[in-house]
Ligand binder design. Structure first.
Ligand SMILES: Cc1cc2nc3c(=O)[nH]c(=O)nc-3n(C[C@H](O)[C@H](O)[C@H](O)COP(=O)(O)OP(=O)(O)OC[C@H]3O[C@@H](n4cnc5c(N)ncnc54)[C@H](O)[C@@H]3O)c2cc1C
Length: 415
């Protein structure tokens, strides 16, 4: 008889961390993901409560973890990254998700079994009469088919499995904020002379207006410079956000129903708003900020993708539905597929990693007895309130970001 294996749908941070933890515990799994193997992903900030447990998962010391995954400019110069983040293990750490995912896949003599370019398109309860336990028949876009008696949904925000098994029940809420993120590269000399000076040596600067309906601009410079003389430009990002003008009912900057591909289509109205900021203190009196905002060169000429419209999505699957999927189909959910928090104000990557580590413990504990449903039900009992609170808190955090306060400078690391 074939050895049972855990089917993990989704090879993002949740799926890969789970697969890795299970492998360490001697439990076989196969991960299915729609992306090509090793496709690059964006960096994330991890809090100590997340990267400390990851040390054990990767069998690595904290210093080595920071050296290997800490990001500096382009995530390449590890020595600088180490210097920048070694002072304390208690601060948030900016990590290369691409490198972290690579290590979760293969390091320390362990390699995950993964099927890339497998996009799940269908999931139906197995009709096989001889099937004693609940099972799902899964079908992928490349025609691969599979029957599984234990499926983990780590498919993220737009989970196709959630939609297949709970059709039409969950719609992502797009919180009413217009948010635009800019990526910019500047020469090292300009970074030192203009931007670091502008920010008084800090790496972040926030313009928070007195009126909450006005835009908030948050500038985040890279935490550290590439090695001097390397000639590498410094990567910076800034985020422009304001509450949606829902009373107008036609806010040109708030497009909650836009498609994924439309994230790069930036409305001319956006540039108009950015230009209007030029009259606001302290932007008016500071040429460097105006340059950062693209007001003394043409922001319109920035390469496609340099500015992105971010949607602030939230979602939480009810405990009742989680238990239903578990009992009827032997499906467990973790990560963004069960709780989605907005990019600003949320900490989805941290939650995804923690979910995976904890679920692996639960599966390992019940693997031999085969009573995984009981274990996962208990897991939901302990986790669901925490997930729900995190989603609600992320909304408050997002709202708090747009509360009227005096203009200020901050040094926090979180975007
Ligand atoms: C720009 C940006 C910045 C962020 N910054 C931070 C941060 O600093 N800190 C933080 O805590 N969080 C951050 N987040 C949130 C964080 O990225 C997510 O919460 C986290 O990635 C969730 O992990 P996950 O594994 O649950 O889902 P995902 O990372 O979304 O992984 C899901 C995986 O499933 C695969 N998949 C999807 N559909 C299918 C399908 N039909 N078939 C097969 N495979 C499929 C995808 O390819 C993907 O690999 C950020 C998000 C964004 C967009």
């Amino acid at each position: 008889m074939a050895q049972p294996r855990v089917t993990i749908l989704g090879g993002g941070l949740a799926g890969l961390t789970l697969g890795r933890c299970l492998l360490q515990k001697g439990i076989p799994s196969v991960i299915y993901d729609s992306r090509p193997k090793g496709a690059p992903t964006r960096s994330v900030f991890l809090e100590p409560g997340t990267y400390r447990p990851l040390l054990k998962v990767l069998n690595i010391e904290a210093t080595e973890f920071k050296r290997t995954f800490g990001i500096d400019i382009h995530g390449r110069d590890r020595t600088d990254a180490l210097q920048a983040s070694s002072a304390t293990t208690e601060s948030w750490l900016h990590v290369s998700r691409t490198d972290l995912e690579r290590a979760l896949r293969k390091s320390d003599g362990l390699e995950l079994e993964e099927r890339s370019e497998h996009r799940l398109i269908r999931a139906t309860p197995s009709q096989e009469p001889s099937q004693a336990a609940p099972a799902l028949d899964l079908e992928f876009a490349n025609h691969h088919k599979l029957r599984s008696t234990l499926v983990i949904d780590a498919l993220g925000t737009h989970s196709a499995l959630r939609e297949a098994l709970l059709p039409g029940i969950y719609t992502l809420v797009v919180e009413p904020y217009a948010v635009y993120n800019h990526k910019k590269h500047v020469e090292q000399a300009d970074y030192q002379s203009k931007f670091l000076t502008l920010l008084n040596g800090s790496t972040t600067w926030t313009h928070q207006p007195g009126n909450p309906s006005e835009p908030r601009v948050h500038v985040k410079l890279e935490d550290h410079l590439p090695s001097s003389g390397s000639g590498k430009p410094v990567r910076m990002s800034y985020t422009y956000s304001r509450p949606a003008r829902v009373s107008d009912n036609d806010d040109p900057l708030y497009k909650p129903n836009r498609s994924k591909s439309e994230a790069d289509n930036i409305s001319p109205e956006y540039y108009k708003e950015i230009d209007e900021l030029a009259s606001v203190e302290p932007i008016k009196s500071n040429a460097a900020i105006r340059q950062l905002l693209g007001q003394d060169e043409s922001a319109k000429e920035e390469p496609k993708g340099a500015i992105k419209n971010w949607l602030m999505r939230t979602l939480i699957v009810s405990k009742q539905d989680l238990l239903k999927l578990l009992r009827q189909y032997s499906v467990a959910m973790i990560g963004d597929s069960v709780h989605t928090t907005p990019i600003l104000g949320g900490s989805g990557a941290n939650m995804a990693v923690n979910d995976a580590i904890e679920l692996a413990d639960v599966i390992a504990k019940h693997w031999k007895s085969g009573n995984i449903t009981t274990g996962v039900s208990e897991f939901y009992e302990t986790k669901w309130d925490e997930w729900n609170n995190a989603v609600q808190e992320s909304k408050w955090e997002l709202a708090a970001l747009h509360q009227p306060v005096q203009p200020q400078q901050t040094t926090g690391a979180k975007i």
